[in-house]
Design a protein around this ligand. Structure first.
Ligand code: FAD
Ligand code: NAD
Length: 471
């Protein structure tokens, strides 16, 4: 173990799900660890302005929507229903505070030094920290892990002003429900935060450049999500790009062009730009030391052991290649700590699930049908609708289906795509089966509790060989 107050075995830069998990795992493995974070609270984008606050608002707004339009189906009458937005936002902030404080507690428990300030790598093994409460600090460690995450992409003709033209960060705390929220980008953030504000009463228009929303999803399942969100009142304008904005007091007129040459104009009071995120390794000093950073995407180049091309410097999470997801960052955090400790840490990139937390939720793992086709694989498809699932009926949540793709020759699962209630939780079973190289037959012969939503997965697996029982 390293000796001296500012000498560590590992210095992690960034306390998001990549960085804080790497720090904890390294400490568990007996290393002396410091984690530098420029925010005053730990947890990174995910806990402060990402996964957690967005899910808190999705859950609250879904309850509001249920109370407004669905409780009556269950025989529950609610008179004088009202929205207390400040209380809803305060609950979200409380959830964030409890979880970010929780990371601080875990750091204490694992004897990790949490150092506030902006880190710069001065040389291999040397990190300086500026702007923190305790003044400037110099740290030394043979291993430095860059986990500096990502930031929202800004469009040149639609600059963030934090009030009218905003990123997800501000869209998590609008002080009133917008009258008309224009969302640029029909991906994760646009659909999740668009759903939140739609449920709370805003008119929401999503402008998407491509011919479909969720462009990377299985086309059939993404199409069903589109229909469902449109039924909930979200408006979509596909194949359209925003070209400019005129700001006026409290609002804006946004100009757009369709890919077929048509011009459009939207009068709105808020514009959420959600066109992706850029990896963030700015002013870190890595490039000066010879580290490779892609000028377009900001991504830091690493090898399969998360090593940059500078001795002793590793990178993980959103700042490197791959999906920008918290669970991917966490798994890389564990892997890099184990690699530094001389263990065989690894991440299986073929089984990283993705979830869009709209309602119904859309969750998937593995290949989409389009990917299976383009790889020239021969596959069988099994589908099962929630309409025929007893628990979904009991919940009155019958929208959506489970779709299973299995290799025609080996029956091995290639991909699973779910649109439906609690798809986010259901997908875990598919991930586990795929991680073990399991087949549709394995799922079909696994006993599933009754009545549960997960029986729809078993039935879809049975449907691969056309032997679903309840359909
Ligand atoms: P980050 O969480 O971005 O953390 C990096 C940290 O490094 C930051 O705290 C930053 O302040 C710090 N930092 C940067 N530079 C320095 C420096 N020089 N010195 C000191 N500190 C520095 N993913 C999911 O899997 N599920 C979701 O439901 C989900 N929802 C999301 C919702 C929203 C609105 C957003 C924006 C993102 C969401 N994500 C979600 C993505 C998820 O937040 C990221 O994939 C995840 O946070 C990446 O983790 P990370 O540790 O790589 O980086
Ligand atoms: P995204 O990549 O999910 O979606 C961006 C969308 O914007 C795409 O559909 C793209 O075609 C479209 N687009 C790009 N440029 C455009 C333009 N000029 N005009 C109109 N449309 C345009 O990005 P995001 O929604 O900003 O989210 C960023 C990242 O954060 C996600 O990729 C994801 O990794 C992460 N995230 C994950 C979750 C989750 O896991 N549930 C939730 C939120 C964010």
């Amino acid at each position: 173990m390293a000796a001296g107050a500012n000498r560590y075995d590992v210095v992690v830069i960034g306390a998001g799900p990549g960085g804080y998990v790497a720090a904890i795992r390294a400490a568990q493995l007996g290393m002396k660890v410091a984690c530098v974070e420029k925010r005053s609270s730990l947890g990174g984008t995910c806990l402060n302005v990402g996964c957690i606050p967005s899910k808190a608002l999705l859950d609250s707004s879904e309850l509001y929507h249920l109370a407004e339009s669905r409780f009556k189906i269950h025989g529950i009458r609610v008179d004088n229903l009202g929205l207390d937005l400040p209380a809803m936002l305060a609950r979200k902030d409380k959830v964030v505070k409890e979880l970010t404080d929780g990371v601080r507690f875990l750091f204490k428990k694992n004897k990790i030094a949490a150092i506030e300030g902006v880190a710069k790598i001065d040389a291999p093994g040397k990190v300086s920290v500026r702007g923190g409460e305790v003044g400037d600090v110099s740290l030394e460690a043979p291993h430095i892990v860059v986990a500096t995450g990502s930031v929202p992409v800004e469009l040149p003709f639609l600059k963030f002003d934090g009030k009218t033209v905003v990123s997800s960060t501000e869209a998590l705390c609008f002080d009133r429900v917008p009258e008309h929220l224009l969302v640029v980008g029909g991906g994760y953030i646009g659909l999740e935060l668009g759903s939140v504000w739609r449920r709370l009463g805003a008119k929401v228009t999503v402008v998407e450049f491509l011919p479909r929303i969720t462009p990377l999803a299985d086309v059939e399942i993404g199409g069903l999500l589109h229909k469902s969100l449109a039924k909930q009142g979200l408006e979509f304008q596909l194949e359209t790009k925003v070209t400019g904005i005129e700001l006026r007091n409290g609002g804006a007129t946004v100009k757009a062009e369709t890919n077929h040459g048509g011009s459009l104009s939207y009068s709105c009071d808020r514009v959420l730009v959600a066109v992706g995120r850029r990896a963030f390794a700015d002013k870190l000093g890595l490039e000066e030391l010879g580290g490779k950073v892609d000028p377009k995407t900001g991504k830091v180049a690493v090898d399969e052991r998360y090593r940059t091309n500078v001795e002793g410097i590793y990178a993980i999470g959103d700042v490197i290649d791959g999906p920008m997801l918290a669970h991917k960052a966490e798994d890389e955090g564990i892997a890099v700590a184990e690699i530094i400790a001389g263990k065989p840490g690894r991440v299986d990139y073929d089984t990283i699930p993705s979830v869009i937390y709209t309602w119904p939720e859309m969750a998937s793992v593995g290949l989409t049908e389009e990917q299976a086709k383009s790889k020239g694989l021969t596959y069988k498809v099994g589908k099962f609708p929630f309409l025929a699932n007893g628990r979904a009926k009991a919940m009155d949540e019958t929208e959506g289906l489970v779709k299973v793709l299995a290799d025609s020759r080996t029956d091995r699962l290639l991909g699973v795509h779910i649109l439906g209630p609690r798809a986010s939780d259901m997908i875990a079973e598919a991930v586990a089966v795929m991680e073990f190289g399991g087949s549709a037959e394995d799922v079909a012969r696994t006993c599933h509790s009754h009545p549960t939503l997960s029986e729809a997965f078993k039935e879809a697996a049975l449907a691969v060989d056309k032997r679903a029982i309840h359909m």
